[in-house]
Design a protein. Structure first.
Length: 141
């Protein structure tokens, strides 16, 4: 991440420098220094930006999103060749609908892998997190 990326990130989330500083655990002058390239952007700032983005994209109403599911795990633990038997990819209006489809499809039963992706390919929900969320919601029902 460079200074231009940080500024684009801040504008995308509609944060002013004060708000961005608060979210990232620094002060306004720190954000100004990073955006003016007075100081290099620390890895911790870059990781915090990614996590804030991920949390914002996990809002139930965020969408459209794509649910990608496999019947078998994508990564398998053996030396020989393997194949993923089935890959299902479907677009949904929002996270709420995609998670509902994952629950309905039995994803919470610990089989296969699944991801929810934003339109730009950003991983909104990765397999382990999505499985926990599906289980949590299934228990509530």
């Amino acid at each position: 991440m460079d200074s231009w990326d940080l500024k684009k990130w801040r504008k995308k989330h509609r944060f002013n420098q004060f708000e961005a500083a608060q979210k990232l655990g620094t002060n306004r002058s720190g954000i100004q220094d990073l955006e003016r390239e007075v100081r290099p952007i620390w890895k911790s700032i870059e990781l915090a930006c990614e996590e804030i983005t991920r949390l914002e994209l996990r809002r139930p109403e965020y969408g459209p999103v794509t649910l990608l599911c496999t019947l078998d795990p994508i990564l398998q633990m053996h030396d020989g060749p393997y194949q993923v038997v089935s890959l299902h990819c479907e677009k949904y209006l929002n996270n709420e609908a995609a998670i509902g489809a994952a629950i309905e499809g039995g994803f919470y039963l610990e089989r296969g892998d699944a991801l929810i992706l934003a339109d730009d390919g950003f991983v909104v929900w990765e397999t382990a997190e999505l499985r926990r969320e599906c289980k949590r919601r299934k228990e509530i029902i």
